[in-house]
Design a protein around this ligand. Structure first.
Ligand SMILES: *[C@@H]1O[C@H](CO)[C@@H](O)[C@H](O)[C@H]1NC(C)=O
Ligand SMILES: *[C@@H]1O[C@H](CO)[C@@H](O)[C@H](O)[C@H]1NC(C)=O
Ligand SMILES: *[C@@H]1O[C@H](CO)[C@@H](O)[C@H](O)[C@H]1NC(C)=O
Ligand SMILES: *[C@@H]1O[C@H](CO)[C@@H](O)[C@H](O)[C@H]1NC(C)=O
Ligand SMILES: *[C@@H]1O[C@H](CO)[C@@H](O)[C@H](O)[C@H]1NC(C)=O
Ligand SMILES: *[C@@H]1O[C@H](CO)[C@@H](O)[C@H](O)[C@H]1NC(C)=O
Ligand SMILES: *[C@@H]1O[C@H](CO)[C@@H](O)[C@H](O)[C@H]1NC(C)=O
Ligand SMILES: *[C@@H]1O[C@H](CO)[C@@H](O)[C@H](O)[C@H]1NC(C)=O
Ligand SMILES: *[C@@H]1O[C@H](CO)[C@@H](O)[C@H](O)[C@H]1NC(C)=O
Ligand SMILES: *[C@@H]1O[C@H](CO)[C@@H](O)[C@H](O)[C@H]1NC(C)=O
Ligand SMILES: *[C@@H]1O[C@H](CO)[C@@H](O)[C@H](O)[C@H]1NC(C)=O
Length: 803
């Protein structure tokens, strides 16, 4: 108790002195600078602060996904959210540019289309906090007012953002559901109020607008063109060419990132976003082609919270290039350890760990590399004493003249692995060696052989589901793209009533039409290189005026500007989509009961009249609809798409959408959205896992099990060796190398040599008992000391001179 009092007094005296950090040894750094900047701005004072106070330097967000290197460099887990924002913004821009140029004026999206689309972006993606389309002045035509032909609205900007709903009367739970979304038309302002005019400099935070707009170009060829060939139900082909956002090969690419900024007067949070331009032909209906020019008329902007984006505190180096505002703020002891970022920390100190440098090892009492979080909380004394690594004596050089391993040892090594996994028989074992599967996939099955295989043994073109283990994580962004579209279609089908009558000259939205659905699937494929095909498949008699309707968009090669859409309703027999397993599965699962679906609540503020003026509540306020979330969808087993559009091993995710039945009494299954990805792009995980993890390759690594453990390496794709063997506690890496682990690819290659009875170093790929060399010299002394120690203290503390 006395201790406690003393320390309380101590803290009270000392506290005012320490302002910047917990402990004296921690010097003030660039993290504190940003922290102070964040704390300075509040929702009350942001209106009067200088504009510079509302922005952070752009290098506080590093490693932003670059469309030019996507598909070449792996995207790490710490950047998948940014990548998704990137892709979603590109999707929206492609969709609107396509539909604005393709559809006749009265078939263009109406108000509710814009609102429900931005709402779906937020609803289907938990970490996306806002989505918006901002039109430039006098650039937005709309079918939502009677007699509005060839007229434009002064400003139009539907924006949806997630609301904190714990205090909301519509949710009785009293917790935040993340399912309440506010939407407002930011173009609904009176004339000449510059501070609420988002195209005006006085708006302060509209970086996203000035990234692309206003567009002053007067040239006809300034926008990149894209081509799509659409094969309709009746067999006719239609080719459409339109102007879209910049392509990956253009400079700059399609996406500009904003600096992190304080979303003053709106969500009042620090956010960061991606902005993509939307071109259209402007002005319309002049009768003169030469003055109707492709122009950027709007930007699509998607945003997420700044504090959710991981920072990298490690020093500049490989994997952490300049500029990085937070570089070098990690507190690793750089003589013996090196810093490595850990993902998932967001804007918080301590998102790193300190590993031993090559030539060093952890003290024997320490099991894992030092966590940044723990170092940050250490007292000065703890910091001075600990968190460093020990020197490794006698580093060896990996032998160059490789010899054959002795036969009995060879059999021992092979036998040990063979008993763990099916080695040359795919149907036999529960655990498969990836070599077997990869050989089968690449060598045996291809576009020329697959038809014969399909005739003889159709099952062999379908692999077991657990072979695509990890798809839920690694392909989550792609699955969410499907969920977003399903969410949007559900909302349209449940909310839009074309018969409804509104006051004044407002016209209700029409139901989805063919062009719109085609545009949506097409945009999903264009915007995400990982998606090779995306389709919307309507159940029988669920699309207006069509028995069956199923546009499927696909690409035939990478980095192309030509795309294809085919109405799958053309096909009968085995290609008939109603008979596919994913369609059947979803249909049966959602036949009787839709209670499990998520309920989304939206509050929409539309414009008072066509000139905007001020926002008013939409006639139904709030609105609710139900839609599927990611766990309500269905993953297929990996399959070979024989004589389809791809002729490759694919895995498909299908998301259901729902609308009212004929008498509007209950929800029913209306169809599904699918996205297909290449199996080749999935990383396989050969490391051990829980017994319930259904991973066909679980625990098939070839690390020495006694001295090392397997840690996955991301980004190596569907191939063996995507792991490293790290030394376990009490062992050390014995070689003089720039790394401190055995690379899985080398381990696998050496093992293959062993199997092929070639010279192999497999027997040397082991960690060494820490201190083993000095041990033997001094063992007599140690024995003696232990003896004395135990005799005199009568405790069984194990003494070890290696510490
Ligand atoms: C933004 O999204 C995150 C989830 O990533 C959530 O925790 C946060 O509360 C959201 N922001 C707002 C304003 O709701
Ligand atoms: C937009 O149109 C209105 C009405 O036609 C006009 O008064 C205004 O000047 C136009 N604004 C711009 C920026 O062209
Ligand atoms: C908004 O500002 C732009 C100039 O940035 C101006 O052309 C436009 O007329 C303004 N709109 C309204 C409604 O005030
Ligand atoms: C085929 O269908 C498309 C779209 O529905 C239509 O535009 C086209 O005129 C049709 N062609 C024929 C020959 O019917
Ligand atoms: C339409 O295109 C498809 C695929 O490119 C082709 O197989 C088909 O023959 C074309 N149909 C017509 C009528 O040109
Ligand atoms: C449509 O508007 C443009 C520009 O405002 C004008 O030049 C054109 O004559 C109009 N066309 C029609 C058919 O009204
Ligand atoms: C994300 O992870 C990769 C791989 O671990 C690393 O190279 C990169 O620096 C990390 N980026 C951030 C911002 O933490
Ligand atoms: C190690 O850290 C110190 C202090 O943080 C720094 O001055 C020094 O340059 C660093 N050395 C290396 C090799 O990074
Ligand atoms: C694989 O194992 C099964 C079951 O033991 C056996 O019937 C089959 O012949 C084996 N196939 C090969 C290629 O060894
Ligand atoms: C369906 O067809 C009827 C008659 O051809 C037409 O009046 C109606 O507009 C069509 N509905 C849609 C949604 O296309
Ligand atoms: C919209 O409402 C305002 C205020 O009532 C009015 O001044 C304006 O003329 C209206 N615009 C249209 C197009 O009716």
């Amino acid at each position: 108790m006395a201790h406690f009092l003393v320390s309380v007094i101590f803290v009270c005296i000392i506290l005012p002195v320490i302002i910047v950090s917990q402990f004296n040894w921690q010097t003030r750094d660039s993290f504190d600078t940003i922290r102070n900047k964040l704390d300075k701005v509040t929702s009350e004072n942001c209106k009067v602060l200088d504009v510079n106070d509302l922005f952070l330097p752009s290098d506080t967000i590093t490693h932003v996904p670059d469309i030019k290197t996507l598909g070449i460099d792996p995207v790490f887990p710490n950047r998948t959210n940014l990548l998704h924002i990137h892709n979603m913004a590109v999707t929206r821009a492609f969709y609107y540019s396509y539909i604005l140029q393709k559809a006749p004026d009265n078939e263009e999206p109406g108000f509710m289309y814009y609102f429900l689309s931005t709402i779906a972006d937020v609803a289907a993606n938990r970490f996306i906090n806002s989505s918006a389309i901002y039109f430039a002045p006098n650039m937005s035509f709309t079918p939502s007012y009677k007699g509005f032909f060839n007229k434009t609205m002064p400003l139009f900007a539907p924006r949806a953002f997630r609301a904190d709903d714990f205090n909301d009367p519509y949710h009785l739970e009293g917790t935040s559901t993340l399912n309440t979304i506010d939407a407002i038309d930011l173009g609904a302002i009176p004339n000449y109020v510059m501070s609420s005019n988002y195209t005006h400099e006085q708006y302060k935070i509209n970086d996203w607008y000035f990234a692309w707009l206003p567009d002053q170009t007067r040239r006809h060829d300034s926008k990149t063109t894209y081509t799509v060939q659409i094969t309709h139900f009746n067999g006719t082909n239609e080719t459409f060419v339109w102007h879209g956002p910049p392509a990956a090969s253009d400079n700059p690419g399609p996406v500009k990132w904003t600096k992190p900024y304080f979303d003053c007067g709106r969500s009042n949070k620090w956010i960061v976003g991606a902005s993509v331009p939307i071109p259209d032909i402007y002005p319309r209906h002049t009768g003169w082609r030469h003055i109707e020019i492709p122009t950027y008329v709007a930007v699509a902007v998607l945003e997420l919270d700044f504090d959710r984006v991981d920072i990298n505190q490690c020093p500049i180096g490989e994997g952490n290039p300049r500029p990085n505002y937070f570089a070098g703020t990690a507190r690793c002891k750089n003589r013996t350890t090196e810093c490595e970022p850990i993902h998932g920390y967001g804007f918080r100190r301590g998102g790193y760990q300190c590993r031993c440098k090559p030539g060093f090892r952890l003290p024997r009492v320490v099991r894992n590399p030092y966590l940044g979080e723990i170092i940050e909380r250490a007292t000065q004394e703890e910091y001075n004493e600990g968190f460093h690594c020990k020197n490794i004596n006698y580093l060896m050089v990996m032998t160059q003249n490789v010899e054959k391993v002795k036969e009995e040892e060879r059999l021992l090594y092979i036998g040990r692995e063979e008993s763990l996994m099916g080695f040359d028989n795919m149907t036999y074992s529960t655990r498969l060696d990836p070599t077997v599967v990869v050989n089968y996939m690449r060598r045996k099955v291809n576009r020329f052989t697959c038809e014969k295989i399909a005739e003889e043994n159709p099952e062999s073109l379908i692999l077991k589901g657990d072979i695509a283990f990890g798809k839920e994580n690694q392909l989550e962004n792609e699955a969410r793209t499907a969920i977003r579209l399903a969410n949007f279609i559900s909302a349209m089908q449940q909310i839009i009533d074309p018969e409804e009558l509104f006051a004044e000259f407002r016209v209700p939205d029409r139901p989805l039409n063919e062009d719109q659905v085609i545009g949506e699937v097409l945009a999903n494929v264009i915007a995400n290189e990982k998606i090779v095909g995306c389709g919307v498949f309507f159940n029988r008699n669920q699309f207006p005026n069509r028995t069956l309707f199923a546009p499927y968009a696909y690409r035939t090669k990478r980095n192309t500007q030509n795309f294809f859409v085919e109405d799958m309703a053309r096909h009968r027999g085995s290609k008939m989509y109603l008979n596919k397993d994913w369609f059947q599965h979803l249909k049966v699962r959602w036949l009787t009961n839709t209670d499990d679906l998520e309920t989304y609540t939206t509050k929409i503020m539309i414009r008072y009249n066509s000139s905007g003026h001020y926002p008013i509540r939409y006639d139904h306020y709030p609105l609710q609809y139900k839609a599927a979330d990611i766990q309500h969808g269905y993953w297929t087993s990996p399959y070979f798409d024989c004589k389809g559009f791809h002729n490759e091993w694919l895995v498909t995710y299908a998301a259901p959408f729902f609308g009212w039945d004929k008498i509007k009494s209950r929800l029913e299954f209306k169809g599904a959205v699918t996205v297909s990805m290449k199996l080749e792009e999935l990383d396989i995980n050969q490391c051990p896992d829980n017994y319930f993890a259904s991973n066909a390759f679980k625990d098939t690594h070839k690390c020495d099990r006694k001295s090392s453990r397997c840690v996955p390496i991301l980004g190596r794709g569907f191939d063996m060796g995507g792991y490293k063997c790290e030394c376990k506690q009490g062992y050390e890496y014995p070689f003089s190398d720039p790394v401190t682990y055995f690379d899985g690819q080398i381990v696998e290659a050496e093992f293959q040599n062993l199997v092929d009875n070639k010279p192999s170093r497999f027997d040397t790929l082991k960690c060494r008992l820490a201190c083993a060399t000095t041990h033997s010299v001094n063992s007599v002394i140690i024995l003696f000391v232990i003896l004395v120690h135990t005799l005199f203290t009568q405790s069984n503390v194990i003494f070890n001179h290696c510490y």
